[in-house]
Design a protein around this ligand. Structure first.
Ligand code: SF4
Length: 310
């Protein structure tokens, strides 16, 4: 079957990267809230990836576009500075290890000024690799993993079919850090619904403290039509929290977590309010902003629903 190039879904901080697909879909396609739910994982042949890297190198050197290469390659490349690459798709770390090394080696060869490669990695993907293997990838400049934690509460992780538990996520985080790879994690406000809100937030604060990552991105649950969680909410079996409750969850997570040095943000377009700062030093300022908005309960202070994005 011919490889179907995935749409570009990327962490906000990868905006300047070149997006190179290794896979399409997600190998752990069971999470009931996610737009990758039920997606079929496709892995791309190495030769096909190398052909794209060759075409990219030619374009960067001589501005030559080959007719056999998809237009999106040149569209992304026109603003690229040759420094950062993001490997798609939903969990590209699932790509077979020897082939992943081969692709990284080729990227390094063709782009000697390459500074960093990033990738979405599930806890399961990371746990499958040894620390030595991860160190090997880091040497090839694969230097940031984006891992979705979503929640620290086992009950919530189980309900949304995340496929990993608290201890496994902590272990995946530990291995990443031991390999010297930057770890950026996400959590989802509202994932426990109204009933599990307190447990979700306190356990999320606890797992963030245990993992102690360099970056945390808080997202807010957006119910995606076609996903099981959306259907559950339509049937009245899942009760979403309100926008102000999502801010209260964010407040509790920030208040109850502690970090060595972490850039914590809710800048993602799914959130109702953008809060960011370095923890622990900016904790008070971030909490004060949240407390102010929570006290006002004024909708005009929130991002309007139509401007929220996934
Ligand atoms: S949340 Fe992550 S692991 Fe789960 S289906 Fe989506 S991309 Fe895959």
């Amino acid at each position: 079957m011919q490889f179907k190039r995935p749409d570009i879904i990327r962490p906000p901080s990868e905006w300047g990267s070149y997006f190179l697909p290794l896979t399409s879909g997600c190998s752990n396609n069971t999470c009931t809230f996610c737009s990758y739910y039920g997606s079929k994982l496709q892995t791309r042949p190495v030769d096909d990836i190398k052909a794209e890297i060759d075409a990219l190198a030619l374009f960067m050197k001589s501005s030559i576009c080959l007719p056999t290469i998809p237009k999106v390659v040149y569209y992304v490349a026109q603003d690229w500075d040759g420094k950062k690459v993001f490997l798609q798709d939903g969990d590209a770390l699932v790509y077979p290890f020897p082939k992943l090394r081969e692709v990284l080696q080729y990227l390094n060869e063709k782009f000697p000024n390459l500074e960093r490669v990033g990738i979405y990695a599930t806890g399961q993907d990371i746990l499958r690799r040894s620390v030595d293997e991860l160190k090997d990838l880091k040497k090839l400049k694969l230097d940031i993993f984006y891992m979705g934690i979503e929640s620290g509460a086992n009950e919530v992780l189980q309900k949304v079919n995340k496929g990993v538990n608290y201890d496994q996520l902590v272990e995946a985080g530990r291995k990443t850090k031991e390999a010297g790879i930057i770890l950026s994690v996400t959590t989802i406000l509202g994932l426990g619904g109204v009933e599990n809100s307190a447990k979700h937030t306190l356990e999320t604060a606890r797992i963030l403290t245990d993992i102690d990552p360099g970056y945390v991105g808080a997202l807010t649950l957006t119910l995606v039509p076609g996903t099981p969680l959306y259907e559950q909410s339509q049937r009245g079996e899942f009760h979403p929290i309100s926008p102000f409750q999502s801010l209260e969850e964010l407040r509790v997570i920030i208040e109850n977590s502690s970090f060595t040095s972490c850039f914590f943000s809710s800048m993602h377009a799914s959130n109702y309010l953008s809060v960011r700062g370095r923890l622990p030093q900016d904790k008070r300022r971030m909490l004060e902003k949240l407390e102010y908005v929570l006290a006002k309960e004024d909708n005009s202070l929130l991002r309007p629903e139509f401007m929220r994005g996934l």
